[in-house]
Design a protein around this ligand. Structure first.
Ligand code: KG4
Ligand code: ZN
Length: 394
């Protein structure tokens, strides 16, 4: 069968057409077309996504992206009802004005070509985003060995740990009580005068800092943030010892040792705000140090709680998804910790991250999740029942 998928939950207008074949326990996917039109340059000016602007841009972009995908998939408009079997569309979570544009577009296509609609949860899409590899073809094996699974979903709107007993059976075990981790990255970046989206910008500065300086300052869990001048020896990567007056940057690891699986990133963000106020003028060197310490603090907390859940639930597969999973540092931290858990707890756990180009919002992941929903008969031709839900939960 062929699925056309539409994703407009935030600032990417994305459409994909995917062909799916079931062969025994293996599901074979072939990407016929997969286009993403990003609005980042437009939202950059505002330092974040501006919903009314996102809506306007989606409305403008949807027909153009649609045309492009059809061309790539070599499907003529008049053949759509013969070639496509269902339309999958993101109905939430996300920005409601943005979600509605995709839903309205899907409904128009559904009426015109007499196709059923499969409503898809954006976060479920992120879970499936680990399967596409390089190239157009990939498979998903329906095997029990993968379970129980755990997924760490980290994006601009979400920070969640979800236990997955079997496909489509989700139990949220923890989530952020305030800001999402990606949101904290974006806000901290803004405080430092870096462009939106802040995650990759902070990541770049943090890795510059890591490459240059060897000794690390270990911050106290939940301890106060401090920034003080002190003199110490720095060992640079080029081997030269240099002594200088530098600033020691320490940030708290909020809720790291709390008994639950919840997170909190708003205090960490505020700690950075106060630190910046204390410091006054931010030099490039200080920006790099703050970026590194902020990234370390956020990722240590994410990783610590994820490992704790892996041990408690005897997890066999970890899936990390959402925009923040693009961070090479997060991948490094989690992969290292997984190695330790495998040794200490004799767990045969494997961690999976989305491949390049699949970490951010896209319609390919909506097509995959849509296929499984379709197989579960979660499709409809009653268009009135399909609504946007900005707070839709797994
Ligand atoms: O999943 P996504 O593309 O959109 C939402 O559904 O929110 O996630 C976007 C978020 C942004 O907050 C962005 O700053 C963050 O992912 N992000 C990163 C990195 N790349 C993107 N955060 C940290 N490090 C990165 N390398
Ligand atoms: Zn997303």
């Amino acid at each position: 069968m062929k699925i056309l998928a539409i994703e407009t939950s935030c600032d990417e207008t994305a459409i994909a057409i995917v062909e799916i074949k079931q062969q025994g326990k293996t599901t074979k996917f072939k990407i016929l077309g997969n286009e993403v039109s990003s609005q980042i340059d437009i939202h950059k000016e505002y330092g974040g996504v501006y919903p009314a602007l996102a809506k306007r841009e989606h409305i403008k972009n949807l027909p153009l992206v649609f045309e492009k995908v059809l061309r790539k998939a070599k499907i003529r408009e008049k053949d759509i009802n013969k070639k496509i079997n269902a339309i999958a569309v993101t109905t939430g979570p996300g920005l409601e004005p943005a979600l509605w544009t995709g839903i309205v577009f899907a409904k128009e296509l559904s009426s015109k070509y007499k196709l059923p609609i499969v409503p898809v949860n954006h976060m479920e899409g992120h879970i499936f985003s680990i399967f596409p590899k390089k190239g157009k073809n990939f498979t998903i094996k329906n095997t029990k060995e993968l379970f129980p699974m755990l997924t760490l979903l980290v994006s601009g709107g979400h920070t969640e740990l979800v236990f997955i007993k079997n496909w489509m059976k989700y139990k949220k075990i923890g989530q952020t009580r305030d800001d999402a981790v990606g949101e904290a990255f974006d806000k901290v970046a803004r405080m430092m005068g870096l462009p939106y989206p802040g995650g990759p910008e902070i990541g770049k500065l943090a890795s510059m800092e890591r490459e240059n300086v060897v000794p690390e300052s270990l911050a106290q869990a939940d301890g106060p943030s401090t920034s003080k001048n002190f003199s110490r020896n720095l060992l640079r990567a080029d081997g030269n010892n240099i002594s200088s007056e530098i600033l020691e940057i320490k940030l708290p690891r909020p809720m790291m040792y709390s008994k639950d699986y919840d997170f909190s990133f708003s205090g960490l963000k505020t700690a950075v705000l106060y630190m910046i106020r204390d410091i006054g003028e931010l030099t490039d060197d200080i920006k790099r140090k703050i970026a590194k310490e902020f990234e370390d603090a956020a990722f240590e907390v994410l990783s610590y709680k994820t490992m704790k859940a892996i041990r408690e639930y005897k997890i066999k597969t970890l899936i990390v998804g959402g925009g923040v999973s693009a961070s090479p540092q997060l991948k490094k931290v989690i992969t290292n910790e997984i190695k330790k858990v495998r040794k200490s707890d004799f767990l045969k756990i494997k961690a999976h991250f989305p491949g390049r180009g699949h970490t951010g919002d896209n319609a390919l992941m909506i097509a995959i999740a849509g296929y499984y929903q379709y197989k579960n008969k979660k499709y409809t031709t009653k268009l009135g029942s399909i609504k946007a839900n900005g707070n839709l939960s797994l």
